[in-house]
Design a protein around this ligand. Structure first.
Ligand code: F6R
Length: 236
């Protein structure tokens, strides 16, 4: 696992955007796995800016998001607003789980098929939960899990409560499984702020532990972590 040390969230955003940008620029076709939440917001802002400055077309880019809340389109709206609307990506090349599907089990299977039909994910961008979750794979999730429905933990619900001022906060989500995430060819994990320090410490210093899902990344051959000073504060 490679660690790129940055000083703050601004530098993290720029480094992450440069990393993803070079992947997009150098490929004839690329499948990006994407995350939502606070951490990648600056990366999306920079990528949107680069796409205009360098007139980069996203016609060869396909995206698959990690997760969506059940009964909500909150992450669809987030991706539209913060990224897709700014880069001119053909919308049929963007994919998120449908949290409003009537048959959620079937939706999970469909989402796995979408990823398979794209021939897998080239680069998966991840954030990390305060409890070490990746995607919405909460502590205790089987490392071989595929896309599934999860009951969100108190820790995750309270970290995200601030985003639900206009709708009731969903208690469940659909998430790519840990097994699904691990099949990505390359992984880029972003960690910012002291609240992530414990999870980052476990990731680098802890042993493989299902109660801290991110520790599984030690078993992936190509993981890069970009962490700011706060997130690294228990490492040094
Ligand atoms: C989001 C996701 C989550 C977040 C994590 C960190 O799609 O899958 O794992 O990456 O909860 O969230 P922030 O960046 O808001 O601290």
């Amino acid at each position: 696992m490679r660690l790129i040390k940055v000083s703050d969230e601004e530098e993290l955003s720029r480094m992450a955007a440069e990393y993803v940008f070079s992947e997009i620029k150098n490929a004839d076709r690329v499948v990006l796995g994407l995350a939502t939440g606070r951490t990648p917001l600056g990366m999306y802002r920079y990528l949107s800016k680069y796409s205009k400055e360098y007139k980069l077309l996203f016609s060869h880019v396909h995206t698959v998001n990690l997760d969506e809340y059940v009964g909500s389109r909150a992450y669809h709206a987030y991706m539209q607003e913060n990224f897709f609307d700014h880069i001119g990506i053909p919308i049929n090349q963007t994919h998120l789980p449908d949290g409003e599907a009537l048959d959620l089990e079937r939706e999970c299977k469909r989402y796995e098929e979408v990823i398979q039909q794209l021939s897998g994910i080239d680069l998966q961008v991840l954030g990390i939960g305060e409890n070490g979750h990746i995607g919405f794979n909460e502590p205790g999730t089987d490392f071989s899990s595929r896309t599934h429905v999860v009951e969100l933990t108190e820790s995750t619900l309270s970290a995200n409560a601030k985003y639900f001022t206009h709708e009731k906060q969903p208690q469940k989500a659909i998430t790519m499984g840990i097994g699904t995430i691990l099949e990505s060819k390359e992984i880029l994990l972003l960690a910012a702020g002291v609240k992530k320090a414990n999870a980052v410490k476990e990731l680098f210093k802890g042993s493989l532990n299902e109660n801290i899902p991110a520790t599984v990344l030690n078993h992936h051959p190509s993981v890069t972590v970009i962490a700011d000073r706060g997130a690294r504060s228990l490492l040094e």
